[in-house]
Design a protein around this ligand. Structure first.
Ligand SMILES: NC(=O)c1ccc[n+]([C@@H]2O[C@H](COP(=O)([O-])OP(=O)(O)OC[C@H]3O[C@@H](n4cnc5c(N)ncnc54)[C@H](O)[C@@H]3O)[C@@H](O)[C@H]2O)c1
Length: 232
């Protein structure tokens, strides 16, 4: 038998135990901000100051956070096979935990890119937590956060679909599966023999019947899954 291919598909709940707010839970981020004011291309055009400040605050809280047990348990999966992490998160906690293969569907808040038309594929590390008005790309356009906003394409979509199609085991962690097109990606894992969804609200989430629903936090749920996979 070949090596087991395990794909982890994570969302904001993955980082909840690190103290980073989720998106839609009560006291989630969007109780205080309207999506259209801070996370769309139109918002950037209308008020780049507000958008920059919003993401500067997010970056500061990401930099103060540490990977939690769930991130570390995802790294431990690498003892069992070939592991890919596909994350909707813009934080870098999977990286800091030590996962080897990580695909960010919605960007990485520690990076910036040009807001001009020509340079969208070049990414610039942000030194510290603050992106400033005066930070420009080599062509003189203002830098914006490397985050995929609502209404923008998801450049890593095809690659994520390909990775999911090769999954023997799929583990979904901490996502309400409401942000499209990302949420639709889970259907590419047609060949997976085992599918888990870990979320304190797993019971309420809309996934196909062949998923094992684990109603637990990311860290407790990952402990269960790790134990089960180790016993296979
Ligand atoms: N950390 C981050 O980078 C971050 C944080 C907030 C939002 N976002 C962005 O916003 C979008 C939000 O969609 P989403 O589906 O990822 O998030 P979401 O907020 O819509 O859903 C979060 C899910 O996490 C669950 N959850 C809460 N606490 C948990 C815990 N301790 N363990 C496991 N699960 C827990 C909730 O029940 C919910 O189902 C994403 O696309 C992402 O880009 C990113």
């Amino acid at each position: 038998m070949g090596e087991l291919t395990i794909v982890v598909f994570s969302g904001a709940g993955m980082s909840a135990e690190s103290g980073i707010q989720t998106f839609r839970d009560s006291n989630g981020l969007w109780e205080n901000y309207r999506v259209e004011d801070v996370a769309t291309p139109a918002a950037w055009l209308r008020d780049p100051e507000l958008v920059t400040t919003f993401y500067n605050e997010r970056r500061q809280s990401v930099m103060q956070a540490l990977p939690n047990d769930a991130h570390l348990e995802v790294v431990e999966l690498e003892d069992l096979g070939n592991v890919s992490v596909i994350t909707q998160n813009i934080d870098d906690l999977h990286e800091r935990a030590g996962s080897s293969n990580i695909l960010h569907l919605h960007g990485n808040i520690r990076l910036a890119k040009s807001s001009g038309p020509a340079q969208e594929k070049a990414y610039y590390p942000i030194d510290g937590w603050k992106l400033e008005k005066t930070d420009l790309c080599p062509d003189g356009h203002r830098l914006r956060p490397h985050v995929v906003w609502f209404g923008e394409d998801v450049p890593a979509y095809e690659e994520a679909a390909r990775v999911l199609a090769g999954a023997d085991v799929l583990i979904i962690i901490g996502t309400s599966l409401q942000v499209y097109p990302a949420a639709g990606l889970i259907h590419f894992a047609e060949n997976a023999q085992k599918r888990y969804i870990i979320d304190p609200k797993a019971d309420e989430l809309d996934v196909p019947k062949n998923f094992v629903k684990i109603n637990a936090s990311a860290s407790a749920g990952m402990r269960t899954v790790l134990a089960e996979l180790k016993n296979r």
